[in-house]
Write a protein that binds this ligand. Structure first.
Ligand code: A3P
Length: 311
């Protein structure tokens, strides 16, 4: 594997004091460890038709999507007072394709658990994904909030204070497509094309819509992944209870999410609290100048105007 990285384009992110180094492989910028995980997944993952892939670009609401999907699929077994989500970091409830191939294999053998999470762009997913025609859920979010979330997340991991990390540098890199699994627009486009090619097998969810009214998307999500809510469940408040259990307010105050740690790739240990920052729409206003807003909005518009995803 090592020789793959010898001749790849490489970029050191100065705003992280040189701690974050990205490599471009298969058209994607990423950390070495996450590239390695993606390569292993490409070589070994055998998707089953019954799998449901929870796909996202980092910082678009992955943790929330994982918590909601886990709560939906396990609700016959647990309720709000017994759910493993009360004591387990949501990312540990769902295997991560770039890291947990053995666990996924075991789940396949024991047949029961359909959910697998990944950030891998659609074009780089293992071939078995399209061959098996398994379902895909894709969450996306306003690029401006994604960047602000990513900037703070990376600073949190590498312990770089805000005054030492010029936001403008992170902004310029993001607009060049240099961020983990970047570019963001290519990531969205890949999954959007998959939805065109495989109608009914790819569900898009938008972070902002879910923040506004999670009930509608919860019903869509549950139906799509094969665990629809019955009328009786809806009347009994099951949907509301899951939304409450998985809310930012609830999850972020749990001990496991305040003081635990998580290893998305072998070399990195990340404090779980780094995944719960503000959970709001529009925090970008505290970071962007007017020119930055204009630039990123027109960039996203130029790249994605045909998709109807940007409104
Ligand atoms: P902010 O940094 O804007 O607060 P990901 O899960 O893809 O890594 O994305 C992290 C972002 O989702 C962070 O955004 C985080 O605060 C927010 N988030 C985490 N859990 C959430 C939840 N249960 N509901 C809504 N947003 C959540």
């Amino acid at each position: 594997m090592e020789e793959i990285f010898e001749n790849l384009p490489q970029h050191t992110c100065n705003w992280t004091k040189g701690r974050l180094i990205m490599y471009k492989y298969q058209g994607i910028w990423n950390l070495k460890g996450l590239h390695e995980g993606s390569i292993l997944a490409q070589q070994n993952f055998k998707a089953q038709p019954t799998d449901v892939l929870l796909c996202s670009y980092p910082k678009t609401g992955t943790t929330w999507l994982k918590a909601l999907s886990f709560a939906i699929t396990t609700r016959a077994k647990y309720d709000g007072s017994t759910s493993p989500l009360l004591t387990t970091f949501p990312h540990e409830c769902i295997p991560f394709l770039e890291r947990d191939l053995d666990q996924i294999e075991n789940n396949h053998k024991n047949s029961c658990f359909p959910l697998v999470g990944t950030h891998i762009p659609y074009t780089c997913l293992p071939k078995s994904v399209s061959a098996s025609n398994c379902k895909i859920v894709y969450i996306y979010r306003d690029a401006k909030d994604v960047l602000v979330s990513y900037y703070n997340f990376v600073r949190g991991i590498y312990k770089v204070p805000e005054e030492d990390a010029p936001f403008k540098e992170a902004f310029d890199e993001f607009c060049e497509g240099v961020s983990s699994y970047g570019s963001y627009w290519d990531h969205i486009l890949g999954y959007w094309r998959a939805r065109q090619e495989r109608p009914g097998r790819v569900l898009f969810l938008k972070y902002e819509d879910m923040k506004r009214d999670a009930t509608r998307d919860m019903k869509r999500l549950a139906e799509f992944i094969g665990y629809p809510f019955s009328v009786a469940e809806e009347s009994a408040g099951v949907i509301k209870n899951i939304i409450k259990l998985c809310s930012f307010e609830n999850l972020s105050k749990l001990e496991v999410n305040k003081s635990g740690s998580y290893n998305p790739e072998d070399a990195t240990k990340i404090e779980t609290r780094t995944y719960f920052r503000k959970g709001k729409v529009g925090d970008w206003e505290n970071y962007f100048t007017h020119e930055m807003k204009q630039k990123i909005d027109s960039l996203m518009d130029e790249k994605l105007s045909d998709t109807g995803l940007i409104t």
